[in-house]
Design a protein around this ligand. Structure first.
Ligand code: BDR
Ligand code: CA
Length: 342
């Protein structure tokens, strides 16, 4: 009798565990082929260093750059700097779109500084850009890729992928998943009260990517504003006593200041690095599949992302919306990986 009861209790526990796992979509990381599309940008550089320090989980095939935080020449220079600092100069960097699909470009020099990289000295990296354009690289690579084999980590405005999709819609065949840093629902925006910078900068591009039907994960402000620096966390990175640790502590000390003041937060978010952490250690995060609508109309809701968290409209669930994350787990991962660099 007791044995039967234990058997059923065990069964119920396993079912509950399974239900929990599927609700939060926790899954172990598998090694991925990744293209990182980015507009460095302080947090982009931290994200690039994290990715390039994690070859066991991520095969970074290329870095493609876009205008965003600063102009395209500077985002491309900063991507090459990150590659040099990581000692990964074999990874090609392709420059892409210098402006959004339709809108007038906006930049975020007030947050990222004139060079797009606060708190550190910048220089002209030794290794040049790869020949050819980022958009063409995406088209060529995704066309011939094995079916659904390549992940795209999208750390800036989505202009490059949108242009590639417009030119060759069939490239969706090569895409495994697009993981976007962008959007805000519960948190509110950071460029307007409702819009997040990457989406606001090119909402038309974000709509093209959304409409393409590729598998999409959004890592919005809702989660990045829960993963904040602290003095102790930056000190630990600095205490690694290697070049990467010194660079990242220098960047973060400067970068988080404006957000801390603006939001009255005890630390600052490192947005883009959460996308990479999601790829390496998804079990640090939770979220759910929702319907997402992006507003590209002019007006006060321009660039707003409307995530139907409670399925109120019962529309198709077109993105996985990450809503929560383990802040200490994130900083432990970042610190450990930066410790592997020179
Ligand atoms: C996003 O905007 C940029 O300023 C950051 O690099 C990040 O990608 C945060 O809203
Ligand atoms: Ca960015």
């Amino acid at each position: 009798m007791n044995t039967t009861r234990h058997f059923f209790t065990g069964l119920i526990r396993s079912a509950a565990l399974l239900a929990m796992l599927s609700a939060t979509s926790v899954h172990a990381a598998e090694k991925r082929d990744v293209i990182i599309d980015t507009d460095p940008g302080a947090d982009d550089v931290v994200a690039l260093l994290l990715a390039l320090a994690s070859p066991q989980e991520l095969n970074v095939m290329a870095i493609t750059t876009v205008a965003g935080n600063v102009r395209i020449d500077k985002t491309s220079r900063n991507a090459r700097l990150a590659r040099e600092w990581a000692g990964r100069e074999e990874v090609p960097v392709y420059a892409g779109a210098g402006k959004p699909l339709v809108r007038t470009p906006i930049y975020a020099e007030n947050i990222h500084g004139k060079e797009g990289l606060p708190g550190v000295e910048v220089h002209e990296p030794k290794k040049p850009l790869a020949e050819g354009n980022a958009v063409q690289y995406l088209v060529d690579t995704l066309k011939k890729a094995a079916p659904h084999s390549i992940t795209i980590a999208m750390l800036g405005p989505q202009t490059n992928l949108a242009l590639a999709l417009i030119q060759a819609p069939e490239i969706t065949q090569g895409i495994k998943e697009v993981v976007v840093m962008g959007g805000a629902h519960f948190n509110g925006g950071n460029i307007t009260p409702v819009a997040e910078f990457n989406i606001y900068a090119d909402p038309d591009a974000a709509k093209v990517v959304l409409a393409s039907g590729v598998k999409l994960t959004y890592v919005p402000l809702d989660v990045t504003h829960k993963i904040l620096t602290s003095e102790a966390r930056i000190k630990q990175i600095d205490g690694l006593n290697n070049q990467a640790g010194k660079l990242v502590s220098g960047i973060l000390n400067e970068y988080v200041k404006a957000d801390m003041v603006h939001y009255g937060l005890p630390g600052g978010p490192v947005h883009d690095a959460s996308v990479i952490a999601w790829l390496i250690k998804p079990e640090l995060f939770s979220g759910r599949q929702v319907n997402l609508v992006i507003d590209n109309r002019e007006g006060v809701t321009h660039g707003q992302t409307i995530a139907d968290w409670y399925d109120t409209l019962a529309q198709n669930k077109n993105v996985f919306w990450v809503e929560n994350g383990d802040a200490q787990g994130f900083f432990d991962l970042l610190t450990q990986r930066l410790g592997l660099l020179k």
